[in-house]
Design a protein around this ligand. Structure first.
Ligand code: PHE
Length: 360
């Protein structure tokens, strides 16, 4: 026993080892060699049994004291090392969020998204809420409820994409227009209704001005007193705001849609020079939307009483509005994902359109 270092020396040896431990694993090795089952302190404890009671009491206390001191030193060193580790991590993982966005990650807002956001802003300002419906519709929502019976020629005109028939023979369709959202909104039964429904629509058609998937904006206003004059005012306000002009020439042309009576197509005045179109001025006309007073059969299909409820609806092509406003000649390029095109026609992601700050 006398060859072994006294407790004083042992303590300073162990403290030196603890202080020298440069990492968590090293510190753990020190802990095992001192306090582990076969560690020096535990080995010393085993010698207590051979001592006489007086000696054992004193040596036991001293050893326990040493054990506590070493354990505390290890805990303190552990905290120090953890702190240093965190500091090191913070230094390497530091991100300066005030730095400008990395140029190579720049993206742009697609003209369709931009115009979608613009029209929503304008109609929100006029008191319209945004409504939605599914892309896959039943035949009834897309046609029947909109006063387009089975044998109606409008069914052919719509170039409908049909899904595989179900067992009962019924076929779901990809909606050919956003008008089914009129029915879904009426079915909620709450009046007055003042909604727009922007969304994707589908028709089997493809050329310079048609793509199989395109975007429409539906509008519906229903209460007990809304009339044609409101429809005209509303669309005039929309056109002025959208094309960002003070005056816009508009022409309401008698037309026909099964779901409105009377029906009107709306043209706006424009001029063409050098293949560029200018909106609001000139002697040419450009058709931009379909509209009319909601047909009584449609109001009935929506679960409302056409003797009490009346109002107007309109539908326009969002992609077409984008082509007109931003002078984009070919619709198909909208969906080609050509980076050069997107960079040229895209909008800054940081400039959200709003009526106060300007739409575009
Ligand atoms: N749904 C019609 C279309 O796709 C547009 C429209 C909507 C016309 C509402 C009148 C009223 O052509």
């Amino acid at each position: 026993m006398s060859e072994q270092p006294d407790l004083q020396t042992l303590e300073s040896e162990l403290s030196a080892q603890v202080a020298a431990a440069a990492g968590m694993t090293e510190l753990e090795d020190v802990r095992v060699s001192a306090l582990g089952k076969k560690g020096v302190i535990s080995e010393r404890m085993k010698t207590l049994g051979k001592m006489d009671p007086e000696q054992r009491k004193a040596a036991g206390q001293a050893l326990n004291q040493l054990k506590t001191t070493v354990a505390e030193a290890i805990a303190a060193r552990q905290a120090e090392l953890k702190e240093a580790e965190l500091e090191a991590r913070l230094a390497t993982e530091f991100v300066d969020v005030t730095l400008p966005v990395r140029p190579e990650t720049a993206g742009t807002i697609h003209p369709v998204s931009q115009v979608w956001e613009e029209v929503v802003q304008i109609f929100a300002d006029l008191g319209f809420a945004v409504a939605e419906g599914p892309h896959i519709e039943t035949d009834w929502y897309n046609f029947g409820a909109l006063n387009i019976p089975d044998d109606h020629p409008a069914r052919q005109e719509h170039d409908t994409f049909y899904l595989t028939p179900k067992e009962d023979g019924s076929r779901m369709v990809l909606r050919t227009h956003t008008s089914p959202v009129q029915i879904r909104t009426m079915q909620q039964g709450e009046l007055p209704i003042r909604i727009i429904a922007p969304g994707r629509t589908f028709r089997s058609d493809s050329d310079l001005t048609h793509t199989p998937m395109f975007h429409q904006l539906e509008g519906l206003v229903l209460d007990e007193t809304t009339h044609l004059g409101h429809l005209k005012w509303c669309l005039e306000e929309f056109c002025k705001a959208f094309f960002e002009v003070d005056e816009v020439k508009m022409r309401f042309r008698a037309s026909h849609f099964p779901f409105t009576e009377p029906s009107m197509e709306v043209d706006i005045g424009c001029s063409w020079s050098d293949g560029q179109v200018k909106i609001g001025v000139g002697d040419d006309w450009m058709e931009i939307l379909g509209s009319g007073m909601v047909h009584p059969n449609v109001i009935r299909a929506g679960g409302l009483d056409p003797d009490k409820v009346q109002g107007f609806a309109f539908g326009m092509g969002i992609d077409r509005l984008a082509m007109l406003k931003y002078g984009i000649p070919d619709l198909r390029a909208f969906f080609d994902s050509d980076l050069r095109w997107l960079r040229h026609y895209g909008f800054s992601a940081l400039q959200m359109p709003n009526l106060a700050g300007g739409l575009s």
